[in-house]
Design a protein around this ligand. Structure first.
Ligand code: DX5
Ligand code: ZN
Length: 216
């Protein structure tokens, strides 16, 4: 049974309250919130004020994915806005260990996101310090893209590293997750599925969440 983290990037922002209510009533585990700065990725999404509002509308953990440069400058602000988990990009951090410690010292779970071109082996010396690895299965910046098949091998390699060291790090997969590929992603070793379009474009989003959750 997987943890499901619907990505609100794909929701109807004119109906944000209803969308939150739907997720609260669903079997979703976390709210996945994609923050983009137009620098680290070629797109701009939403930021602190929206997350503050979402925080008021749910008791479920807010899993904030920062696709931004210099995330350390904003960690505290995102904590105050209501983040429970913060994932920063390996490719955006010159002092990743320091940034992880900062996230943890503020009482949050710390995640590291890696782009499709980054080998999971680059996490070798930080794995013991983090709670979540967010493997990007598309290039970050946009919802609705196609899952990159090489991700399966990355999941298997990372799972092996985690297992060999006796760690409890969660593997979360972000981008192009569908009802069709969810089972294979979970069999490869993923613990969390992030899903935007598959949930919010479904005729029955709660049902889609359920299908993803039990697809292994
Ligand atoms: C992409 C974001 C994803 C995105 C996933 O940069 O990090 O979380 O919303 O969207 P889908 O599930 O539609 O690929
Ligand atoms: Zn994301």
């Amino acid at each position: 049974m997987a943890l499901i983290a619907p990505s609100l990037l794909a929701c109807n922002f004119l109906k944000l309250e209803e969308e939150c209510k739907m997720l609260n009533e669903s079997e979703a585990s976390w709210f996945h919130l994609d923050v983009m700065d137009g620098r680290f990725v070629p797109n701009i999404s939403f930021g602190l004020p929206i997350i503050q509002q979402i925080r008021k509308a749910t008791g479920k953990p807010c899993d904030v994915h920062l696709m931004i440069e210099e995330p350390e400058k904003y960690t505290e602000a995102f904590r105050k806005a209501g983040a429970d988990h913060i994932s920063v990009h390996l490719e955006a951090c010159r002092n990743l260990h320091r940034n992880i410690q900062q996230i943890k010292s503020l009482g949050m779970q710390a995640g590291v996101a890696i782009n499709p071109h980054s080998p999971v082996e680059l996490l070798s010396d930080i794995l013991q310090d983090i709670d979540i690895v967010l493997i990007m299965s598309v290039n970050p910046g946009f919802g609705g893209q196609v899952f990159i098949p090489h991700t399966f091998q990355k999941i298997r390699n990372l799972k092996k590293m985690i297992h060999e060291r006796g760690l409890k790090t969660l593997i979360s997969i972000d981008g192009g997750v569908t009802l069709e590929n969810a089972a294979s992603i979970l069999h490869a070793g993923a613990d969390v599925l992030v899903a935007g379009s598959t949930v919010f474009q479904a005729p029955d989003p709660k049902e889609a969440i359920k299908t993803l959750k039990y697809s292994d």
